[in-house]
Design a protein. Structure first.
Length: 147
């Protein structure tokens, strides 16, 4: 049963899906940072020690001969560090690719569309100039207030 499920999943891997490269980068940043948060939570529950060089390690471990070895870095700490580095690399790629500027353009476009809809709605309402001016002032005040 598990083997069949793994086969079905493997068939989905490597498929083709249309995607905007900037959207892919942004999603990679978000996913990596979500993983960092999950690893940070997992690491915070570990019983660990911190060495003089700042490395976080399990207090001790035993090799296959039951001999005590010096503390080793915990796998979750390694995963946390790797994922944090990955998130940082993805963020740098996203900045270099102009993802933030694209998001601003999208938000500006959405705001323009929303204002066009409001304006059209006001036209249909057949307001007086005074009512329209009062609405515009109130609307602007609400936007500045953030609500």
């Amino acid at each position: 049963m598990a083997i069949e499920a793994a086969r079905r999943e493997a068939l989905r891997l490597g498929g083709s899906v249309d995607a905007n490269p900037l959207d892919v980068l942004l999603e990679a940043v978000r996913e990596a940072w979500s993983n960092v948060a999950a690893y940070r939570l997992a690491v915070s529950t570990l019983d660990v020690t911190v060495s003089r060089d700042g490395a976080v390690a399990v207090p001790e471990h035993f090799d296959d001969k039951d001999s005590r070895d010096p503390a080793l870095a915990h796998i979750l700490v390694d995963l946390y560090n790797s994922e944090r580095d990955r998130a940082t690399r993805y963020a740098k790629l996203a900045i270099d690719a102009g993802v933030e500027e694209r998001l601003v353009r999208v938000q500006e476009s959405q705001a323009a569309e929303a204002w066009a809809a409001v304006t059209a709605g006001l036209e249909e309402a057949v307001l007086t100039e005074e009512q329209r001016a009062a609405f515009t002032r109130g609307f602007a005040r609400q936007l500045r207030a953030g609500g």
